[in-house]
Design a protein around this ligand. Structure first.
Ligand SMILES: Nc1ncnc2c1ncn2[C@@H]1O[C@H](COP(=O)(O)OP(=O)(O)O)[C@@H](O)[C@H]1O
Ligand SMILES: [Mg+2]
Length: 291
């Protein structure tokens, strides 16, 4: 497929809260990057199978469960667009799907490996994938399940997905503390690439207040902050999801598709800047996270 001599950038998309756009933003960011000729693989690490269903697949494909257990080679678990199989993914986007049984992964792993660590099971599969993709997005679950922890522990970059709402602003310290905890737990190089703020209702002043609050919290913590591009609330996204497609396949001219294109450009620019600096961000002070 691709060259083997480059490496894919591994990006975990997370938030321990559910329903905050992790999956929607992952799928649409990958699709927008795909339009620019960048190739992405999404690995669905949530037993709720959001990415899998969001890309129109049923939840009976072999995938993340088998790959994490080492039962299947990751390249054999990749689903691509294939009319014969009835799969239609956005351009330049592939998927390793999930099934409900992902919630049994840790128990199954422990049954087979008494002394190994179920949260270190992504490293080998990702290494095997080599540089086939520009980006590998890890879509995670809003809980501390082994596949989600594995994503946090293995990724090089973290994107926090959040709504611009009171509840989400209240949860920001938790999110910052999680990132810090991951660094302390052994992935010292995990860097926050940015915060995607979604479901923004740009007509209300209150939403603007939350957007500003989120920006200032991350600036205070010394982290790369929220992306400039805001993703507004749009029912078109839910319509697309209902069809198992992204906006790029259903309504590519929609305002929100344009926002994701802008987000993709920002994403690439941040990575380019980071590559130039090539230095991990300093581990932020605990005080800042708890302030
Ligand atoms: N910008 C948005 N506008 C409107 N609805 C959205 C938007 N982003 C996500 N949603 C909807 O919110 C719900 C939760 O989003 P999802 O991406 O599944 O969150 P998570 O993966 O964090 O649980 C889904 O029904 C999705 O269609
Ligand atoms: Mg999800």
């Amino acid at each position: 497929m691709g060259e083997r001599n480059k490496t894919s950038k591994i990006i975990a998309v997370g938030n321990q809260k559910g329903g905050v756009g992790k999956t929607t933003n992952t799928l649409h960011l990958a699709a927008a990057l795909g339009e620019l000729g960048k190739k992405s693989l999404i690995i669905d690490l949530d037993a709720n199978c959001g990415s899998t269903r969001g890309l129109g697949l049923g939840t009976d494909w072999l995938g993340a469960f088998e790959v994490l257990l080492g039962d299947q080679d990751p390249t054999d678990a990749i689903v691509t667009t294939d009319p014969g199989e009835g799969t239609e993914l956005p351009k330049n986007v592939d998927l390793i799907p999930a099934r409900r049984n992902l919630e049994d992964f840790e128990a199954e792993f422990r049954k087979r490996n008494k002394f190994a660590d179920p949260t270190l099971t992504l490293q080998e599969p990702l290494a095997r994938l080599g540089g086939t993709y520009d980006f590998i997005f890890l879509d995670t679950a809003p809980n501390a399940s082994a596949p989600t922890i594995a994503a946090y522990r293995t990724a090089e970059w973290f994107i926090l997905s959040t709504e611009a709402s009171k509840l989400s602003v209240d949860g920001l310290n938790d999110a910052l503390t999680d990132i810090l905890a991951v660094r302390e737990a052994g992935n010292a190089n995990l860097r926050l690439l940015g915060v995607i703020m979604c479901k923004v209702d740009s007509r209300t002043r209150i939403a603007t207040t939350y957007v500003e609050k989120i920006r200032s919290e991350f600036a205070a913590a010394g982290e790369l902050g929220a992306f400039e591009t805001l993703i507004t609330r749009a029912t078109a996204l839910e319509r697309a999801q209902g069809q198992g497609k992204t906006l790029f396949q259903t309504e590519p001219d929609h305002k929100v598709a344009e926002q994701f294109r802008s987000l993709a450009r920002e994403f690439l620019a941040r990575l380019e800047t980071a590559a130039k600096i090539n230095e991990p961000k300093p581990v932020m002070a605990k005080e800042a996270a708890n302030a």
